[in-house]
Design a protein around this ligand. Structure first.
Ligand SMILES: Cc1ncc(COP(=O)(O)O)c(C=O)c1O
Length: 374
């Protein structure tokens, strides 16, 4: 099969629009010069509506995990009691990073095919008033579950704990209201719903989180918030950033702003609903219930999923993702985030219906969903 028009349907990195790729090859500028001093605060301002915050947004050169590590490095010291909400691979990652920084890690685990129960979080916190930080995942890409972060934030009540959220695979595709919900730190990355290549993370801290960070003895140099703030005072990044990726993200934001955030959120919900209707029409079963279903990636149960994916890649040139943890080899995941359209979903579903010898079944169901959506 012709291999050069790639169909990348994984939950990141996602396809990048050609105009975004083109911008990434713009000539370098001085990252301490006048152009960059304008660009850095401008970029932060443009990201604020996506985070739902008026707080500053820090840009870190590194992948999403670098943003996660920046959150931990500034809030956790050896012995800090933290609660990690673990219902998937990325929840586990919070716990692993916290252990590296010497935290006393409490884990509230929940089944990998469902969302965290906010009442359980509230109960756990009431029993453990010493917990200082809660680490949660908004969109668990590994399990294709969207967690209700607003409810988790509310469940804290008047408990002292800060709430830190990995929104790496949701921001730009799913609404988020950091300030309104009372979230203290939010992390995202360039290569998911933002439609740019991997390599930049963005992190925002509430004033409460900044106070805690100031009192924390950070054991990291590259991620030390105090260094970022010192340079921010003159609108400079502390270290040489990925200038090319900043150009790319600017262009990607042009596209997102032209679409409008609400339309982007509606597009992601529509793609989710089309995919779920399509796979069900083939007799396949989505991994998670509708109420927890991610708008950016869908998991589908399938015995022998990895062999099937290999065959699909070879025959049709479409790349779906596999399962992780307990779902390895038992599910495949269809990414529908960022530079993806409802029409792209029909292409993916066409591949599925051909593969399962049910021509027209999945696309018909999905088209119905699309045609009934305003
Ligand atoms: C929910 C979530 N968190 C964190 C990460 C880690 O990001 P990265 O691979 O960019 O370090 C990912 C990446 O897939 C993710 O989907």
């Amino acid at each position: 099969m012709f291999r050069f028009k790639q169909e990348l349907r994984i939950p990141g990195p996602t396809p990048v629009p050609p105009q975004v790729l083109a911008k990434a090859s713009s000539p370098m500028v001085n990252h301490r010069g006048s152009v960059f001093k304008e660009k850095l605060p401008q970029l932060a301002r443009r990201l604020q509506p996506i985070f739902g915050t008026t707080e500053q947004i820090y840009m870190v050169t590194g992948s999403g995990t670098a943003g996660m590590e920046m959150a931990v490095a500034n809030l956790v010291s050896p012995g800090t009691p933290v609660l990690c909400l673990v219902g998937g691979f990325f929840g586990q990652r919070w716990a692993e990073i916290c252990r590296v920084f010497g935290a006393e890690v409490h884990e509230l685990t929940y089944p990998w095919d469902t969302a965290v129960n906010p009442d359980q979080v509230g109960d756990y916190l009431r029993k453990h008033p010493e917990i200082e930080v809660v680490f949660a995942t908004h969109n668990e890409s590994s399990t294709t579950v969207l967690n209700d972060i607003e409810a988790v934030a509310q469940a804290r009540g008047d408990h002292q704990a800060l709430l830190v959220v990995d929104a790496v695979s949701s921001l730009g595709g799913v609404p988020f209201a950091m300030d309104k919900w009372g979230v203290d730190v939010v992390v995202t990355a360039s290569q998911k719903c933002l439609k740019a290549p991997p390599g930049l993370a963005f992190v925002s801290f509430s004033s409460r989180a900044k106070e805690k960070a100031a009192a924390n003895k950070s054991r990291s140099y590259y991620f030390d918030l105090a260094i970022y703030d010192r340079y921010w005072a003159r609108h400079e990044p502390p270290f040489t950033p990925s200038i090319s990726l900043l150009f790319a993200v600017e262009e990607a934001l042009n596209i997102l702003e032209a679409e409008g955030l609400e339309s982007a959120y509606a597009r992601h919900r529509l793609m989710r609903d089309m995919v779920r209707a399509g796979v069900r029409a083939l007799g396949l079963v989505p991994l998670v219930a509708d109420e927890h279903a991610s708008p950016t990636v869908t998991g589908v149960k399938l015995d022998g999923a990895d062999e099937w994916r290999t065959a699909i890649r070879a025959r049709y040139g479409v790349e779906f993702a596999g399962g992780q943890g307990p779902f390895a080899g038992k599910i495949f995941r269809i990414g529908h985030m960022g530079y993806a359209t409802p029409l792209d979903m029909l292409t993916s579903l066409a591949v599925l219906e051909m593969s399962f010898a049910k021509p027209g079944a999945a696309t018909t169901a999905a088209e119905l969903v699309w045609s009934q959506t305003k």
